[in-house]
Each structure stands twice: as C-alpha cells, then as structure tokens.
Ligand binder design. Structure first.
Ligand code: HEC
Ligand code: HEC
Ligand code: HEC
Ligand code: HEC
Ligand code: HEC
Ligand code: HEC
Ligand code: HEC
Length: 392
C-alpha cells in the first residue's frame, strides 16, 4: 500500500479547490458524461462493475408511478448527495466543531460549489472540500472526499465529523481512530483506499465508478435497479408496448424467491460479512446486520424460509413510516392459529416488537431493531429503555 504521504503531495491541488470541485461534481449539474477514451474505458473496479445499462428510477417511474412515489419517501432514495444540497446543510452555516481528542477546531462553509471546511493552523488555513454526503439523515450524515494520489487505487477521506440527527448535532464519525494524527491530512478524517472506498459507493448508489476525484456513470441512491437488477431490457420491451411480454427481460425474479434476502444482504450485510464465531446472541454487531439476525431466527429457519424481508417491509416505502401494529399483524399471520403454531403465553395479541425485536444501541445515537427474533434473556444486548412502540 502506498503511504498516505502522496495525498499530501496532492493536497495543494485540492485545497485551492473551487474549480476542481466543480469538475468533480459535474454530474450533479446534469452535464453529460465525458467522451469515451480511444481504447474504451478501463476495466471498472471489480466491485462496481455492472454490465447492464442503467436507466434510473425516474424512467421506471414513468410506468410504475405508485412504486416510484412511495420510493421517493424512502431512505433508499436519498443515500448519496452532493454537499451542494443535502439534508441539514443549513445547520453547517457558521458552525464550528471542536475535536477535543485532537485539539483541533473545524469551521464549516456551505458554499454554492459544495461544503468546505477549515482547520486553522493546518495547510495555511486553506479550505478542504467535502464532496459527498452519505445518508438520508434519518440517523446520520457522513462526508467523503475523493483524493486521488496518482495511483490506480482510488483514495479518499471519510471526514472526521458527522451529523447525528438523533442528537441534533455534529459528532465524531464512528470508527475514526483516536490518538495523534500521523500526518496533517488525517486531522480531516480517515484515509480510505481501494475496495473499502469502492464499497461505500457501491452500497449507496445504483451505479457509479470512481475515476480519480469524481464518479462516472453515476446513478446516485439505491434505485429501482439496485434491487430489480438487470431490468433495463424489461423497460425497453414495455416501451414497445408489448404487455404480453411483461415477464421478458427479467432473468431473475428475486422478489419471488428466498434469493430476495441475498439482494438485501448485498448492502445490509449477510453471513459472508461476519465470522461464524461472531454470530452469537450476545454480539451487538449482529443487530446491525438484519439479514444475519433474521437468518438465525426460528421464524425464518422453521418456516421453510417463508419469512422474507418483504414479509414485513414494503421495499418501496420508508420502514419507520409504517405503524408498529402493521408489523405485529405479520407476526400474527404465523402466531395466532394455535395449536398449529406457537402463541405467546405472555402477550398473545400485541406488543411483539418491543419484546422480541427491540431496539438495541450500537452507538450513542444510533440504534437498530434486533432482527434475530427470539425470547430474550439476560445475555442479549440490552434493549433501548423507554421504547414504547406506540406509533399508530
Ligand atoms: C414502458 C412502461 C414500463 C417501464 C419503463 C418499466 N416497466 Fe416494469 N412493468 C411494466 C408493465 C406493463 C408490467 C406488467 C404489469 C405490471 O405488473 O404492472 C411491468 C412489471 C414490472 C415488475 C413486476 C414483474 C413481476 O414479477 O410481476 C417489476 C418488478 C417491474 N416492472 C420493474 C421495473 C423497473 C425496475 C423498471 C425500470 C428499469 C421498469 N419496470 C420499467 C411497464 C414498464
Ligand atoms: C456493505 C454496504 C455498505 C457499505 C460498504 C457502506 N454502507 Fe453506509 N449504509 C449501508 C446500509 C445498509 C445503511 C443503512 C443503515 C445500516 O444498516 O447501517 C447505511 C447507512 C449509512 C449512513 C446513515 C444513514 C442514515 O441516516 O440512516 C451513513 C452516514 C453511511 N451509511 C455512510 C457510509 C460511508 C461513509 C461508507 C464508507 C466509508 C459506507 N456508508 C459504507 C450500507 C453500506
Ligand atoms: C430495496 C429494494 C427495492 C427497490 C429499491 C425497489 N424495489 Fe420494487 N420490489 C422489491 C421487492 C423485494 C419486491 C417484491 C415485493 C413483494 O414480494 O411483496 C418488489 C416489487 C415490485 C413490483 C411488483 C409490484 C409490487 O409493488 O409488489 C414493481 C412493479 C416494482 N417493484 C417496481 C419498482 C420500481 C419502479 C422501483 C423504483 C421506483 C422499485 N421497484 C424499487 C424491491 C425493491
Ligand atoms: C412466516 C411465519 C412467521 C412469521 C411471520 C413470524 N414467525 Fe415467529 N416463528 C415462526 C416459526 C415457524 C417459529 C418456530 C416454531 C414455533 O415456535 O412455532 C417461530 C418462533 C418464534 C419465537 C420463538 C423463538 C425461540 O427462540 O424460541 C418467537 C419469540 C417468535 N417466533 C416471535 C415472532 C414475532 C415477534 C414475529 C413478528 C415480528 C414473528 N415471530 C413472525 C414463524 C413465523
Ligand atoms: C418479522 C418482521 C420483519 C422482517 C422479516 C424484517 N424486518 Fe426489518 N424491521 C422490522 C421492524 C419492526 C423494524 C422497525 C421499524 C420501525 O422503526 O418502524 C425494522 C427495521 C428495519 C431497518 C431500519 C433499521 C432498524 O433496524 O431499525 C432495516 C434497515 C431493516 N429493518 C432491514 C431489514 C432487512 C434487510 C430484512 C430482511 C433480511 C428485514 N428487515 C426483515 C421488522 C422486520
Ligand atoms: C444497494 C444497496 C442496498 C440494497 C440492495 C438494499 N438496501 Fe436497504 N438501505 C441501503 C442504505 C444505504 C440505506 C440507508 C438509507 C438512509 O440513508 O436512510 C438503507 C436503508 C434501509 C431501510 C431503513 C430506511 C428506510 O427507508 O426505511 C430499510 C427498511 C431497508 N433499507 C430495507 C431493505 C430491504 C428490505 C432490501 C431488499 C429488498 C434492501 N433494503 C436492499 C442500501 C441498500
Ligand atoms: C411483554 C413482553 C412480550 C410481549 C409484548 C410479547 N411476548 Fe412473546 N414471549 C415473551 C416471553 C417472556 C416469552 C417466553 C415465555 C415462556 O417461556 O414461558 C414469549 C414467548 C413467545 C413465543 C414462543 C412460544 C412458545 O411456546 O415457544 C412466541 C412465538 C411469541 N412469544 C410470539 C409473540 C408475538 C407474536 C407477540 C405479539 C403478538 C408477542 N410474543 C408479544 C414476551 C413477550
């Protein structure tokens, strides 16, 4: 691995930034892609390589208005923005954040070209651009800047400070190293390279490939085609008004099989994301990996894998907009017809989620519902106290 030193070499270019930043986010301005290179584009990085053509969700929405309108309210439709326009941008106006651990203060400037940050005393007080805002802001927003160092390996900085919606304030990004920074650029954030960086974009976009300090072929957010993979041919066929062929163009139909869980697990993380030994009921990490947790549940294992993500979630909608009682109805589809299935001796008709799928905290302001559905005991990660589950 190259030393991050080369990033410093690159730094003056970045910090003099306005123009460069403008180029790097050309796509947000709706400009067309640069012309192909004479010998065709280089092979895209493996994890982002996708062979099909992507149309974008709005195209699908022309014929599937209901799904599209629902989708627009979901977190999936807002997983990546330019810092020219992202939720809570106004809150950064005039904001400073003191990194107590490293004794540095960040000063934020939401400019027309995107957000910029200054740390007095570093790089002569030059502005460092924050390029991309990850996350809808439901829980948090984290900034990433691409900082190519002239090698083939993509490199970037995950900014040290994130926005935490639950606390209504900025805070240190989870996973950032403590202790002194080894070089000045690390004061701005964690250096991420190669596959780790590519994966950020892979999970937060429908398509996109890092080239230097910008993304090409970008379709931001988790769009229709993230889940309905390879559906462009279908759209083309439908465009030719041949409804009899509605099925054509779909090679796989994951929404009808248990493979669906694999589609979700690509981003929500499945068993290949954890070591077998980590899958224990005590481990709070599993709580964040819904497909792993669900896969351990007797509900999943003993129902002949009839329990899918879409049993409980309309994949086009915002999960948290659904009333809790809607989820409980799903439980009762399988747990009410005694003696054929188990009924709860404690509370047979209601309150299922708060006792069997409670929220568990994994960071002071971030909690997830434990999808390992079970009768809980003292060894389980503690449930967030005071959750009432009374949303109607
Ligand atoms: C020109 C119109 C048109 C476009 C564009 C279009 N579809 Fe469809 N789609 C249809 C029709 C018609 C059907 C069959 C009737 C129905 O289920 O609504 C269908 C069916 C579907 C189904 C259900 C298949 C099943 O298993 O029953 C899915 C999923 C789907 N489309 C996804 C997409 C996605 C994703 C896109 C964008 C890439 C897209 N469609 C673009 C017209 C279109
Ligand atoms: C394996 C796929 C994957 C990768 C890689 C990934 N994310 Fe995410 N990210 C998710 C999923 C799924 C969520 C939804 C909540 C969750 O499960 O954590 C999420 C949520 C988030 C959120 C919070 C959004 C909100 O408000 O709920 C932020 C911020 C974020 N990711 C930033 C990043 C950054 C920055 C990187 C790279 C350093 C990254 N993610 C890498 C899949 C991924
Ligand atoms: C997060 C993954 C995901 C995204 C994003 C997504 N879908 Fe779906 N879609 C599914 C799943 C899963 C099903 C099957 C639902 C079921 O079986 O109940 C489905 C079903 C459908 C259907 C069949 C009818 C229905 O509503 O069940 C259509 C049509 C459809 N999707 C179109 C779209 C369009 C258009 C978009 C983008 C605006 C989109 N989908 C985005 C996962 C997704
Ligand atoms: C697709 C059917 C299905 C759905 C939906 C379902 N379950 Fe289950 N569940 C089962 C089966 C099958 C078992 C194992 C056999 C049994 O106990 O009946 C089980 C077992 C359980 C157990 C006992 C687990 C243990 O470790 O002993 C609990 C608790 C439970 N389910 C709660 C729930 C809750 C709460 C929901 C809704 C959030 C739910 N289930 C949804 C099928 C389902
Ligand atoms: C038995 C019902 C059930 C099933 C099956 C289910 N979920 Fe959930 N899920 C829930 C409930 C309940 C919530 C809490 C929603 C809320 O806050 O309103 C939730 C919340 C979530 C969230 C938001 C973050 C959190 O944990 O609070 C994500 C992401 C999620 N589920 C993903 C998935 C995925 C991926 C699958 C399939 C592997 C899945 N879910 C299957 C019931 C279910
Ligand atoms: C391409 C990556 C990707 C895929 C595939 C994917 N998700 Fe997500 N999902 C995300 C990211 C990223 C977020 C964080 C959204 C945000 O910023 O709020 C998320 C958020 C969610 C949430 C919580 C927020 C909300 O809008 O309710 C649920 C529930 C969820 N996903 C369910 C699913 C299910 C079910 C599937 C499979 C049918 C699926 N996801 C497939 C990346 C993905
Ligand atoms: C106040 C907490 C609480 C609520 C609310 C609750 N449960 Fe339970 N449930 C428990 C406890 C505790 C047990 C273990 C009881 C025992 O072992 O005698 C249990 C046991 C179960 C079992 C296993 C029964 C068996 O014989 O193996 C199932 C299935 C179940 N609950 C489903 C549900 C469903 C579905 C709901 C919502 C309709 C629900 N529970 C609501 C606490 C609760």
């Amino acid at each position: 691995m190259k030393t991050p030193r080369s990033l410093i070499a690159r730094w003056p270019l970045l910090s003099t930034a306005g123009a460069l930043l403008l180029i790097s986010i050309w796509w947000f301005a709706g400009k067309s892609a640069p012309p192909p290179e004479p010998h065709g584009p280089p092979d895209p990085p493996a994890l982002i390589a996708r062979e099909t053509r992507f149309l974008g969700s709005a195209k699908c929405g022309e014929c599937h208005d209901k799904q599209f309108q629902h989708y627009l309210t979901s977190g999936h439709s807002k997983t990546l923005s330019s810092t020219r326009d992202f939720p809570f941008r106004d809150r950064f106006e005039g904001m400073t954040f003191a990194d107590a651990e490293r004794q540095k203060t960040f000063h934020y400037f939401p400019e027309d070209v995107g957000m910029e940050v200054v740390v007095p005393g570093l790089f002569g007080g030059d502005r460092f651009p924050l390029q991309f805002a990850f996350g809808s802001g439901e829980h948090a927003i984290t900034f990433v800047t691409l900082t190519p160092d002239g090698t083939e390996v993509p490199a970037g900085i995950e900014h040290r400070v994130s926005w935490f919606t639950g606390q209504d304030q900025a805070g240190l990004t989870p996973g950032q190293l403590g202790g002194p920074a080894h070089q000045d650029i690390e004061y701005f954030g964690r250096v991420i390279r190669g596959e780790t960086l590519e994966r950020c974009f892979e999970c937060h976009t429908t398509s996109g490939r890092i080239e230097g300090d910008h993304l090409v072929d970008l379709i931001p957010n988790v769009g229709c085609e993230s889940c309905h993979t390879d559906s462009a041919p279908h759209a083309a066929l439908m465009q030719d008004r041949n409804p009899a062929d509605a099925d054509a163009g779909f090679e796989q139909r994951p929404w009808r099989t248990t493979d669906q869980i694999q589609i979700c697990a690509r981003c929500h993380r499945g068993e290949d994301s954890v070591r077998k030994s980590e899958i224990t009921r005590e481990n709070p990490k599993i709580v964040r990996y819904q497909p792993v947790g669900l896969g351990q549940s007797k509900c999943y294992v003993q129902s002949g894998q009839r329990l899918l993500c879409s049993t409980c979630h309309n994949p086009h909608q915002h999960a948290a907009r659904q009333a809790t009682v809607q989820y409980e109805k799903k439980c009762l589809q399988c747990h009410s017809v005694s003696p054929h299935s188990a009924r709860c001796s404690v509370s047979p008709d209601s309150g299922c989620i708060s006792c069997h799928m409670p929220r568990v905290e994994i960071h002071p302001s971030i909690s997830f519902h434990d999808h390992w559905i079970r009768v809980r005991n003292d060894t389980d990660p503690p449930a967030v106290q005071g959750e009432t589950d009374v949303r109607q």
